[in-house]
Design a protein around this ligand. Structure first.
Ligand code: 6R9
Length: 654
């Protein structure tokens, strides 16, 4: 990782001024699940606070100890407690008489739908748990899951949790190579996949990638195959088993075994910028405590009346914590959607919100900026008045995109919770609370109750308000990663060696005059222009604040005079047309908003930006383009043709 020398407190830019403020709606605040008292309570006794939150769960054996930090940074939370995650997510709601409550409103991309109640989910999870055991999966064995966004993905994860077999979900868009290296690293014994899924209006096969991947994974004994599309599927006799055939004949009664709080729940691989993917390990009790608490607090979830929808894929941590574990532990009713936002039309999301009366929506800045680009008239055609809380996750949200989200999706009424967290943190860490915090567009603002985060300079000293530096977490938290699977040293090196006794998140951040935290992107992306550290996020936000710009990605390209020069790639809004006048205007606009130092040297208009499959902009590739290099590894790109498109549009570099 490139280390960024922070020369002074003005580092990482501190230029963008955002004056807009939005108070929580009075009615929401009056009935909010969590009030300002939670901060005081957690401050008075952080561990007692988390011990209280752990009681949201049903423990087979109540924990007597909260945190064991005797061997830092290897944490144990609630170590002597025992519980079953699947029991907490499903059975206990049925036992409480809520079996008829809808757990999942499934909406397939072709328009098929299924409604699954908690009672039905309990039966399905129980049958799947029996099936896993019949196939020889025992407690501690790893199971790889490679599925589209269908209810069986949730059932499979919960069945693994039930029998104590840690799952490793691999995003259904990944290649055979990526799947194979992850299966090998986790030494998985069983793979759960499907014949295919629907994507952009047509069935796409999944199983061929598994067949190819398994050529180098001899330890895999069985492949369990869900039938989703009905397409022709190659079959290996003795190894492959149809999901419906084996589950149909199982009992719907399955006794959940209590697992130790520190029993591994899942491994999830993060690609990172270099090297082989890291298998982030999460365990049982602390993870579920924080996933459940944050989902309850940050979305103000009222399980009796809310209809919740998180648009992430199950292959990412957001899908793990905020489609599966958090919402189901809380007995929520949620929407699950299989496909893309523009199939068969660009209003599909809003049609779904209207159809199910969605009240809480959780999505990513990349999606919001895409909706801005498509135009205000599209959401305007649908009834979105059911919405009452909107969430954002995955990247910094530009203030303009934030305000657009609030106005055009939230009808100017809804609070927006901009939630900062990572695969490694397991659950949300820094975010406003919808009934408490006066929000500021573009800022994740404050650590949650029970979470300790701050911003430090190069030497690890906390910076004063109004200054920038590195985001660190200063106390252990319940849903923290426990290690990198099979590689404790990498866990220490990556997260705990940059600053003594603090977790280094890898993100740049600043504290504003009120002490609120603004995330400024990965430190690897920070630009150094004429001796000033400038964050890509702030220049991008300045560009997006121009009415003609929908989306922007900014990189620093090597420059003989200034060290690095700012090069911006912008996507215009639907109505705007590209011209030399407009680019000149945009450069001046940035200079006006941020100061002349941040004025981009070049601005290129493009129709798409390179993004990872979870929607994060891959600036590394744009840097290659800006520096006239051959474009590097594109395997994690969602759409590899994007780079060709961008390059074909490029004028010869000056
Ligand atoms: C949950 C998730 C983690 C990285 C993180 C940061 C960026 C996520 C953000 C945000 C600014 C937010 N990130 N949420 N940046 N504001 N609200 O996305 O996990 O895929 O592991 O990515 O995403 O850079 O370090 P993951």
């Amino acid at each position: 990782m490139r280390s960024v020398a922070l020369s002074s407190n003005e580092s990482l830019a501190n230029l963008l001024k955002e004056e807009r403020r939005f108070a929580p709606p009075a009615a929401l605040a009056a009935a909010a699940n969590v009030t300002a008292d939670a901060y005081a309570e957690a401050k008075a006794d952080r561990l007692a606070f988390w011990a209280t939150q752990a009681r949201r769960l049903n423990w087979a054996k109540e924990p007597t100890e909260t945190l064991d930090w005797s061997n830092p940074p290897f944490a144990k939370w609630f170590a002597d407690g025992e519980l079953n995650v699947a029991y907490n997510c499903v059975d206990r709601h049925v036992e409480a008489g809520l079996g008829d409550r809808v757990a999942i409103h499934f909406e397939g991309e072709p328009g098929d739908s299924r409604t699954i109640t908690y009672a039905q989910l309990k039966d399905e999870v129980s049958r799947a748990a029996h099936a896993l055991q019949e196939l020889g999966v025992a407690k501690g064995d790893r199971v790889a899951i490679y599925l589209p966004m269908i209810p069986e993905a949730v059932v499979a994860m919960l069945a693994c949790a039930r029998v104590g077999a840690p799952h490793s979900v691999v995003f259904g868009g990944f290649s055979a190579d990526a799947v194979s290296s992850r299966i090998q690293d986790a030494d998985a014994k069983l793979v759960i996949t499907a014949d295919g899924g629907y994507r952009r209006g047509k069935p796409t096969a999944l199983k061929p990638a598994i067949d190819e991947a398994l050529q180098s994974c001899p330890q895999v004994e069985h492949v369990l195959v869900v039938r989703r599309t009905g397409q022709e599927t190659a079959w290996t006799e003795g190894r492959d088993v149809w999901w419906h055939e084996i589950t149909e004949r199982q009992s719907a009664e399955h006794t959940p075994e209590a697992h130790a709080a520190e029993h591994p729940l899942f491994i999830l691989y993060t690609s990172g910028t270099t090297g082989k993917p890291k298998g982030i390990l999460h365990t049982t009790g602390g993870y579920l405590t924080q996933a459940s608490y944050t989902h309850h607090a940050v979305f103000d979830l009222k399980p009796e009346t809310d209809v919740y929808w998180c648009t992430a894929d199950i292959g990412w941590v957001t899908g793990h914590s905020y489609i599966v574990y958090g919402p189901l532990a809380n007995g929520a009713t949620q929407v699950m959607y299989e496909g893309t936002p523009d199939t068969p039309h660009q209003g599909r999301f809003w049609e779904i919100v209207q159809k199910y009366g969605v009240t809480i929506l959780y999505t990513a800045p990349t999606a919001i900026r895409t909706f801005m680009k498509w135009g205000d008239d599209i959401p305007a055609k649908f009834d979105l008045t059911s919405l009452r809380v909107l969430g954002s996750v995955g990247e910094p949200i530009n203030p303009e995109a934030w305000v657009w989200y609030r106005d055009h999706i939230g009808g100017g009424r809804t609070p927006i919770v901009d939630t900062w967290w990572q695969t490694e943190t397991g659950a949300m860490m820094i975010t406003p609370l919808p009934g408490v915090t006066e929000t500021k567009p573009g800022s994740a603002q404050v650590p949650l109750p029970g979470i300790a985060a701050t911003v430090v300079d190069d030497e690890g000293h906390e910076v004063p308000n109004g200054s920038g530096g590195y985001l660190v977490l200063t106390e252990p938290w319940p849903s923290m990663l426990r290690t990198v699977w099979g590689d404790d040293q990498r866990y220490l090196d990556t997260y705990w060696s940059r600053f003594k006794d603090r977790y280094f998140a890898g993100d740049g951040a600043k504290k504003d005059e009120d002490g609120d935290i603004w995330l400024l992107g990965r430190v690897d992306d920070v630009m150094l222009v004429s001796g000033h550290n400038i964050s890509t996020t702030e220049v991008e936000s300045a560009l997006v604040s121009h009415p003609q710009v929908a989306e922007a990605a900014v990189v620093g390209a090597t420059d003989a005079t200034t060290g690095q020069a700012i090069v911006a790639f912008v996507i215009l809004r639907g109505s705007a047309t590209d011209s030399a006048e407009l680019t000149a205007e945009l450069r001046d606009h940035v200079a006006k908003v941020l100061g002349p130092i941040a004025k981009p040297k070049r601005i290129l208009t493009v129709s798409e930006l390179p993004k990872t499959r979870s929607g994060k902009i891959m600036r590394r590739l744009l840097r290659d383009v800006a520096e006239n290099r051959a474009v590097g590894d594109v395997t994690t790109l969602a759409d590899t043709t994007v780079m060709d498109l961008i390059q074909s549009k490029l004028p010869a570099a000056p």
